[in-house]
Each structure stands twice: as structure tokens, then as C-alpha cells.
Ligand binder design. Structure first.
Ligand code: 4LM
Length: 405
């Protein structure tokens, strides 16, 4: 579409770009759907051409670890949706995060990370990178004074890293204000936009330098693949491709999965609307139920950062965190009492999923760390899917009503 309407793409709507950007059927025998290039390597026109490709004197494909045409189309679309110059597709969200950090950091560098992160991201920083001489410091990013203090106390900070909404308790971080504090301190801001997706917010437009994604979640959208992405300036993204992907992780997305994510992107906007609408209804149902002691959902007026969420996010998203009267035991009984909703980690799928962060996705935090960081052991997380909402509310009602007194 960019070829047929050069210069017009920026004006096109998000779904239009998710469906058309970067592909012209005329280039591929008129095929409506872009082909999957299942190839590991590429034939060089001549021996000299191969050498020129390696020296960067000629554009083209060399080997599938770093570039593939199906991935390239996915990368163009993700860059367009997030408002970045470039994007890099990787094998998983953890692949995207590790390739990025290993490219940008050296032993002796400092990073400041938010206290609430997906469990394995937290482990990557605090138990992984820290083993290689990176100084990993933690701050509560909802407290901007504390963050500013940490930025000055840590010496020169290279990277400021957070998720918003954060996994698992959905705390919302002010992207514009954190980015400007980081910039003033000479640090790059990196935001994990997995929970929101580019449909709900665009961190790059609010001052962030890079966005990372677990494409396993909403971008793929169907629970049938693992994938990841990094989006930002071409210079940063190409550095991550050349170092973090090519030499340090080899975390390459398969062409088939690139195709599946491209397919998922076509319905991303309509899916996010449905996820958000159903989640708002379910969050209200939970809030009204006497067995539920706490509900965290950015679309509820009772959410402590409701105003910020309204300002920063176009819709509140599909994830809800909640606690029941009776704590973990009641929550486990609730999970076991569900008949339609599936007990599983991950999120962003068509199926509604429920899990217990303290013993599942956030078991990488010690009990002491969870307490210190404000991740309640009683918290349960619901990823609201695309089923008919009345079937979901009925399942939740019967599981809550079935709890022992
Ligand atoms: C989960 N999450 O929470 P891969 N960033 C965020 C995430 O939630 C995740 C990743 C990165 C869950 C997985 C089991 C905000 C993952 C890591 O799983 O490596 O694609 O993404 O349930």
C-alpha cells in the first residue's frame, strides 16, 4: 500500500495500515495474502555479490537468522502501528527484551527498572543481567520523585525500563513524564507495550525511545505462537538486529509465525475493542460481588490511576486483577470452579484465561520481593477473551456463588 499511495500512509487508520501497509499483491502474482518465505538462506547472484552483501555494499537478504521477507513485512507493519521508524521481529517477548538489553548494555552500566514487571523480565534483570556486571536498580515508577532520586543516585543511567499497564496488577505509569525524566538524565526509555498494544497507546509518541512486545499475546491474538518485537528508531533497531539478534541471542522469529502475527494484526483493533468492552463489564461485575475484596482495572472509577489511564490509553484493555475474601484459598477454589474460563498463563487470546501470579507468572519473585514490591499473594489475573460476555459473566457468577462460606 505504501507503494500505491506514497506519503498517504500516515493518514490512514490503524486497521487499514494493519491490513494493507507495506504489501502490494501485484508484486506477488496478485496473491491477496502475502506469501510465507520458508527459507533459511538466499542464493547470491555471484560470488562477488555475496561478498558485497556481507560488507553492506549491496542491499538484500543473506541468511534467515537476521532477515526474511515475511518478517520484513511484519516489521514494516509494526513500525507503522507504533509510530516508529523501524521494527525488529523476534522469537518471543523474552527474546526481544534480552536481545535489546544485551545490545545496549555493557558491564558497569546502570539500568533503573520498575518494581512491577512480568516475572521472567524481572528475573532477566535481577538474576540475569546483574550476573554480568550490570547495575540493576529498582524504583516505584508511580512515584516520580523516587524515580528522579534513583536516576541521580545511580550515576549515569543508560536505560529506564517499565511496563504499563504493569503485569500483573495493572499499575499505570505516566509514559510522557517518565520519558522526560529519563531524557533529562541521559537515559533511554524502553516501554513494554504488551498489555496495551498500539491500539490503546503509542509510547514512542509520548517520548519513549523503544517499545518492546510479547507478540505471543494480543498481536498474535490466537494463542498459537510465540513471538516478540522491538520498535523505535532505525538506528537502534538495526543495532539490535546486528548484535542482539544476530550475534548474542539468535532469537529469530520463524517465517510461519511472522505470517500468523500478520494475520492477527488484521483484527487487532476490533479484538481490542471487544476485549476492553467485555473486561469493563466483568470488572464491574467483580466489583459489585460481595466475595470480591479488590478489583484493579484501569477502566473502573475506583482504579487509583483512573485519570492517568483515561488520558494515556484509548481504552482500558482486557486484563483484570482481583482479590477475593478468603485470600489464596478462595481464589484457587474460584479458579477450580470455573467451567468455561480456562486455567492458564499467557494473555490476549480469544479464550478467557485465569491464573494466580504469586505461584505462576510471578513465582520468580521471592515471597519477600513480592511483598516489598506490592504484588499481593492473594491476587488473581483474568485475561478477558472474545467469547460472548454473558457466558463469561455467568461462569464467573457460578464460580463465585459456589465458593464455600
Ligand atoms: C504471562 N507474559 O504474563 P514471551 N512482557 C510481558 C509479558 O506479560 C510477557 C513477556 C514480556 C506471560 C507469559 C506466560 C508484559 C509474558 C514475555 O512469553 O517470551 O513471548 O513474552 O502470562
Amino acid at each position: 500500500m505504501d507503494k500505491r499511495a506514497p506519503g498517504r500512509n500516515a493518514e490512514l487508520g490503524l486497521s487499514t495500515r494493519a491490513i494493507h501497509h507495506g504489501y502490494d499483491p501485484a508484486d506477488e502474482h496478485g496473491a491477496l495474502t502475502p506469501p510465507i518465505f520458508m527459507t533459511s538462506t538466499y542464493a547470491f547472484e555471484s560470488a562477488e555479490a555475496g561478498s558485497e552483501l556481507f560488507r553492506g555494499e549491496r542491499a538484500g537478504y543473506i541468511y534467515g537468522r537476521t532477515k526474511n521477507p515475511t518478517q520484513a513485512l511484519l516489521e514494516a507493519r509494526l513500525a507503522s502501528l507504533e509510530g516508529g521508524e523501524g521494527a525488529l521481529a523476534l522469537a518471543s517477548g523474552m527474546g526481544a527484551i534480552s536481545a535489546t538489553m544485551w545490545t545496549l548494555l555493557n558491564a558497569g552500566d546502570s539500568v533503573v527498572i520498575d518494581r512491577i514487571l512480568y516475572g521472567n523480565t524481572f528475573a532477566f534483570f535481577t538474576k540475569g543481567l546483574s550476573r554480568f556486571g550490570v547495575n540493576v536498580r529498582l524504583a516505584d515508577f508511580t512515584d516520580l520523585d523516587a524515580l528522579a532520586h534513583e536516576l541521580s543516585a545511580a550515576g549515569q543511567v543508560k536505560i529506564v525500563y517499565f511496563e504499563t499497564p504493569a503485569n500483573p496488577n495493572l499499575r499505570v505509569i505516566d509514559i510522557a513524564r517518565v520519558s522526560s525524566l529519563a531524557k533529562a538524565a541521559g537515559a533511554l526509555t524502553i516501554v513494554d507495550n504488551t498489555f496495551a498494544t498500539p491500539v490503546l497507546q503509542n509510547p514512542l509518541k509520548l517520548g519513549a525511545d523503544l517499545v518492546v512486545h510479547s507478540a505471543t499475546k494480543y498481536l498474535g491474538g490466537h494463542g498459537d505462537l510465540l513471538g516478540g518485537a522491538v520498535v523505535g528508531s532505525s538506528a537502534l533497531v538495526e543495532r539490535i538486529r546486528g548484535t542482539g539478534l544476530r550475534a548474542l541471542t539468535g532469537a529469530t522469529l520463524s517465517p510461519l509465525n511472522a505470517f500468523l502475527i500478520l494475520r492477527g494484526l488484521k483484527t487487532l483493533e476490533v479484538r481490542m475493542e471487544r476485549h476492553s468492552r467485555s473486561a469493563l463489564e466483568i470488572a464491574g461485575q467483580l466489583e459489585r460481588h460481595p466475595r470480591v475484596s479488590h478489583v484493579a482495572y484501569p477502566g473502573l472509577k475506583s482504579f487509583p490511576q483512573y485519570e492517568l489511564a483515561q488520558r494515556q490509553m484509548r481504552q482500558p484493555g482486557g486484563l483484570i486483577a482481583f482479590e477475593l475474601e478468603g485470600g489464596v484459598e478462595a481464589g484457587m477454589d474460584f479458579m477450580n470452579g470455573l467451567e468455561l474460563i480456562v486455567r492458564a498463563v499467557s494473555l490476549g487470546d480469544a479464550e478467557t484465561l485465569v491464573q494466580h501470579p504469586a505461584s505462576m507468572t510471578h513465582a520468580t519473585y521471592s515471597a519477600e520481593e513480592r511483598k516489598r514490591h506490592g504484588i499481593s499473594d492473594n491476587l488473581f489475573r483474568l485475561s478477558v477473551g472474545l467469547e460472548n460476555v454473558e457466558d463469561l459473566t455467568a461462569d464467573i457468577a457460578q464460580a463465585l456463588d459456589g465458593l464455600r462460606d
